[in-house]
Design a binder for this molecule. Structure first.
Ligand SMILES: Cc1cc2nc3c(=O)[nH]c(=O)nc-3n(C[C@H](O)[C@H](O)[C@H](O)COP(=O)(O)OP(=O)(O)OC[C@H]3O[C@@H](n4cnc5c(N)ncnc54)[C@H](O)[C@@H]3O)c2cc1C
Length: 194
């Protein structure tokens, strides 16, 4: 066995990585606050803003010392090191995901394709916002949405389509995927990223 053979033997083949349900689940309260598996408000599933609004509604504007109010106040403006809410986590994750597509090979090897397919499958199970993970996982499972990994352009456009799916769900404007490379790889033609 060559070192290349043993390397590929250690890797999961494309067919062995089956989509699984997200690893951690919780529930959604009637008031719309997403709880984690521990029954507490899930910080990475809600925005600080939504949790603060909900807390104000529940307490009639007065803060109470409950599990909810402990995570519902927006982070004090003087702090920049608070745990991420669903929006901060999302922005950071999209930055990673689009940057992965921007540096994906033009002609990937079978094992590079397999690695990326595994990564996306695992991400859709372990993403800390469990509702986001569930939706992302079921979207990817549809045959027309399976990751396009034959080359960098296909992957960049697939990632843009995946992100637009979430944008649509959240009522945000869709991004024009013709510009994915300017946004995430080359910089805009106006030179302001140089
Ligand atoms: C896999 C995944 C699933 C998510 N699911 C949910 C969810 O179910 N509920 C929820 O509340 N939040 C979810 N989020 C978070 C959500 O997508 C946003 O990240 C968050 O709301 C912050 O949005 P934003 O407006 O700051 O910009 P983001 O949507 O985070 O985008 C960051 C930047 O990417 C660029 N961009 C936008 N769209 C595209 C695109 N299609 N292609 C290329 N570049 C683009 C823009 O320049 C934008 O400023 C999810 C995030 C991820 C990674």
């Amino acid at each position: 066995m060559t070192s290349k053979d043993s390397e590929s033997a250690d890797r999961p083949s494309e067919t062995t990585v089956l989509p699984q349900p997200p690893a951690h689940k919780g529930t959604i309260t009637k008031s719309g606050i997403i709880l984690g598996p521990d029954g507490k408000p899930c910080r990475s599933c809600n925005s600080y803003r939504d949790m603060a609004n909900m807390s104000a509604l529940l307490t009639g504007g007065k803060a109470k010392s409950t599990a909810l109010s402990k995570v519902t106040s927006p982070p004090p403006s003087e702090r920049t090191d608070c745990p991420p809410d669903v929006e901060q986590l999302g922005r950071s994750t999209w930055t990673l995901l689009h940057s992965l597509s921007a540096t994906y090979p033009e002609s990937p090897t079978p094992s590079q394709k397999s690695d990326m397919k595994s990564f996306l499958s695992i991400l859709s199970r372990v993403y800390p916002c469990w509702v986001c993970a569930e939706d992302f996982s079921s979207w990817m499972k549809q045959p027309s949405n399976s990751p396009q990994l034959d080359n960098q352009e296909d992957f960049g456009r697939w990632m843009c389509k995946a992100h637009n799916e979430v944008n649509k769900k959240l009522g945000k404007p869709e991004f024009d995927c013709n510009f994915w490379k300017e946004r995430w790889k080359d910089g805009w033609k106006d030179g302001r990223c140089d």
